[in-house]
Design a protein around this ligand. Structure first.
Ligand SMILES: Cc1cc2nc3c(=O)[nH]c(=O)nc-3n(C[C@H](O)[C@H](O)[C@H](O)COP(=O)(O)OP(=O)(O)OC[C@H]3O[C@@H](n4cnc5c(N)ncnc54)[C@H](O)[C@@H]3O)c2cc1C
Length: 392
């Protein structure tokens, strides 16, 4: 079983910027990851299975919907707390963080922000505890980076909506109880619907053969003339603003999460570099290895500062989607580089499951791709600073 010796890097004393509550939240998730995730996650990743038994613990530690108000079962916490939670979870595994991000930012957030009071009361408390799990259906087989061109549609028939289409690459789909699905109505407007497992014509086949996020369950959502009650339509939003506002929340969590993965890779490589002797000295004493470690901690520190500042802006409701894109893109980029360099520092041992680095490295290939690819986030920043759209 892999040992968890994690020492959190904090080169610029960022802890001084955190409140006691932030530190308590972080400590409880860190302890949870150490006790419940790291002992088992490698095994689940190796066998490409999601550890379903962790759902209860994730709910208990408050990782589902931490920013949702307490009256709906959420944590009522601020965005720095939410970010720290995602950082700690992804320090354990990106797949575990993905499960929590989807549940909180992509399922609970739209129900909270755009749902009716009845929908909020019906779903949010159960989603917060993990008694009910959700997934988010936006991407389609033929429309990934360009979701506005989606083909999934619904039309009114009596007191029902009839949904037809398919979604692909959906995290948590194989076991989710509900799906928040984005589809076009008869006028071509994008709307959100809550589709429940068991509705006739709704199936969720699992996607197999992934080399990345192996401990996360991914699947399709197939809608074959599914009759969805009208009361399952989210009344509060029309158009792409619905899914995009959810993605902004989730991308914020990814920015913190990817830095968590980078911190774990750096910490592992630093310890190994001091213990591994070659040519009669620790490999950490060689300049080439020090260059890698010094660059890693520099990039981690910059990304930690960016995330903290973004968290402050989120708390003040001032953060822009462009700022969130920049932080997500930067965190994924540095984390992927750090994982690669860290793996090299471990030599052959770096490719084994005895250490977490190779798993992080493979996971980060999904994290850099989902919720807007690396290139798409660059285009968002480009459009933000020039005012010119280079997408089309
Ligand atoms: C493990 C995993 C889990 C996921 N979970 C979910 C989920 O829960 N829910 C959900 O809805 N989706 C989910 N996704 C889907 C994910 O968001 C998409 O994969 C992503 O948005 C990219 O879409 P695509 O794969 O279709 O790539 P494409 O859009 O086909 O892009 C292919 C390449 O073309 C580039 N490209 C596209 N357009 C342009 C352009 N205008 N200019 C320059 N380059 C361009 C892209 O950057 C990329 O490099 C998940 C994906 C993965 C891998």
């Amino acid at each position: 079983m892999p040992q968890d010796l994690f020492q959190s890097p904090d080169y610029f004393n960022l802890d001084e910027l955190l409140t006691e509550e932030h530190k308590l939240v972080r400590q409880s998730v860190r302890a949870y990851v150490k006790n419940d995730i790291t002992p088992v996650i490698e095994d689940y990743a190796q066998k490409a299975a999601f550890p379903k038994h962790i759902i209860k613990g994730l709910g208990e530690v408050g990782c589902f919907g931490p920013t949702i108000p307490e009256e709906y079962g959420g944590g009522g916490l601020d965005y720095i707390s939410y970010g720290l939670m995602m950082q700690e979870l992804e320090r354990g595994d990106s797949g575990v963080r993905s499960t929590a991000s989807v549940q909180g930012s992509l399922v609970m957030f739209p129900i909270f922000a755009y749902g009716s009071e009845a929908q909020k009361r019906r779903y949010l408390p159960k989603l917060a505890s993990g008694e009910m799990m959700g997934c988010f259906g936006l991407t389609e087989p033929d429309h990934g980076s360009d979701p506005a061109s989606m083909l999934t549609r619904f039309k009114e028939e009596g007191d029902h909506l009839v949904l037809q289409g398919a979604k692909m690459w959906i995290s948590n789909a194989p076991f989710a109880d509900i799906a928040v699905v984005w589809a076009k109505d008869e006028s071509g407007e994008v709307r959100g619907l809550i589709v429940e497992r068991g509705m006739e014509g709704f199936s969720t086949p699992e996607t197999h053969g992934k080399w990345s996020l192996r401990a996360s369950a991914t699947g399709e959502l197939v809608f074959d003339q599914v009759k969805v009650p009208k009361e399952n339509l989210l009344p509060g939003v029309n158009g792409m603003k619905g899914p995009l506002s959810c993605l902004t929340k989730a991308r914020y969590g990814i920015a913190w999460g990817a830095v968590g993965a980078a911190m774990d890779c750096y910490d592992t490589a630093l310890r190994y570099s001091k213990e591994r002797i070659q040519f009669d000295r620790p490999i950490g004493g060689f300049q080439l290895q020090q260059k890698k470690l010094a660059e890693m901690i520099t990039e981690i520190t910059k990304a930690q500062l960016l995330n903290w500042r973004l968290g402050v802006l989120m708390n003040e409701h001032k953060a822009t989607p462009g700022q969130v894109s920049m932080a997500k893109r930067n965190a994924c980029e540095i984390a992927a580089h750090i994982a690669r360099d860290a793996r090299q520092i471990l030599g052959g041992m770096g490719i084994t499951g005895e250490y977490s680095i190779m798993r992080h490295m493979m996971n980060l290939e999904s994290v850099i791709t989902y919720e807007g690819t690396h290139d798409i986030h660059l285009l968002i920043t480009g459009m933000d600073v020039t005012g010119l759209n280079a997408f089309k």
